[in-house]
Design a protein around this ligand. Structure first.
Ligand code: 8YV
Length: 327
């Protein structure tokens, strides 16, 4: 008898077929609607879940007594209480690697767009306000040769360093839990304390996972260490930054600008002061959002889920304790 999985992120027909060869699959569109009513109704019969962007807390997991596996279509796992999943014997799988390059591309898109004021100036053209050769009032700042500071030197941080070092001739500084000699050798990168990096970098790029340790990592005190011409780039999670402190730093000109793909609350409120600041480029959590990469992520999630349901250790297991507790 096939096991039953509930999907709260749509799969392509090819991936749906791949999954249905191994399990009965039910897709729930817009799972947050009616306070998750349809997801709640489906959980009691589910042995597997596949999706992203929903906090699967204890109130939801209590409704899923048969649940064996959660396959998140994301590399970030801040929507999950790992210790609770371990206690429940639920294996959590994620999708690292397949999204690294695309997310780093998004990081550089924000670096370029923010430094060179691309969105602001493109909107000027679109609105018919380009009346003459642009002057100093519309100049941006260079990216090539400037100092790239990366907070969090994991896969995505390394991919950013690669782009900065080889692509833009940027000196690379980084802050991480520990020094990374291989990264330093490959990109001529320098390890810095958080404070030193904030003081020295022209671009401060956040790529850390959201954890109890990184929540609020960049607040008023940290922003005050940045240079007036510096730009903050966040492709990590919104809650890594004190958003109100960032708004104040941007409004006061304490820092030059910010390129933000993630926010404390998403979607970003339409009345957010961030949307009224010309020195802010705000994008809708699009870090991994390309056709190719999202399909690769979904395939990775499907294969992870199939493995667990077949009793095989999945490739991208986040919580070995949760997996072992099932056995
Ligand atoms: C999102 C991301 O997961 O992978 C992550 O952690 O932040 C993104 O890829 C995506 O928005 C949901 O699939």
């Amino acid at each position: 008898m096939k096991k039953h999985v509930v999907l709260y992120k749509q799969l392509s027909p090819a991936l749906m077929e791949r999954l249905q060869a191994h399990a009965e699959a039910t897709f729930i569109d817009d799972p947050k609607r009616d306070d998750f009513a349809r997801l709640r109704a489906a959980l009691p019969d589910a042995q597997g879940l596949l999706g992203a962007s929903i906090k699967l807390d204890a109130t939801l997991l209590d409704l899923a007594p048969q649940l064996e596996a959660i396959a998140t279509v994301s590399v970030g796992v801040d929507n999950y209480d790992i210790e609770d999943l371990d206690r429940r014997g639920i294996a959590l799988c994620n999708t690292p690697d397949v999204l690294t390059e695309t997310t780093a591309d998004t990081g550089f898109a924000l670096i370029m767009a923010t430094a060179r004021r691309v969105v602001e100036l493109a909107n000027m053209v679109r609105s018919g306000d380009w009346k003459q050769n642009i002057g100093a009032a519309h100049f941006g700042s260079d990216v090539h040769g400037k100092t790239l500071g990366i907070i969090g030197m994991g896969r995505i941080g390394e991919a950013l360093a690669q782009r900065g070092h080889f692509g833009f001739g940027m000196p690379v500084l980084y802050h991480s839990h520990s020094a990374k000699p291989a990264v330093e050798a490959r990109f001529n990168a320098g390890y810095r304390s958080l404070e030193a990096l904030l003081r020295e970098a022209d671009f401060v790029c956040l790529t850390v996972p959201l954890t109890a340790e990184t929540e609020g990592l960049i607040g008023k005190e940290q922003l005050a260490l940045m240079r007036p011409q510096s730009i903050l780039i966040n492709i990590a999670r919104g809650k890594v930054v004190d958003e109100q402190a960032l708004i104040e730093a941007l409004q006061s000109g304490r820092i030059r600008g910010a390129g933000l793909d993630v926010f404390e609350r998403e979607p970003l409120a339409t009345d957010s002061p961030l949307l009224r600041l010309k020195n802010v480029v705000a994008t809708p959590h699009m870090g991994s959002a390309t056709h190719e990469t999202r399909e690769a992520m979904a395939r990775c999630a499907v294969d992870n889920l199939i493995s667990v349901l077949k009793g095989e250790r999945p490739t991208n297991l986040v919580n070995p304790k949760g997996w072992e507790a099932q056995r």
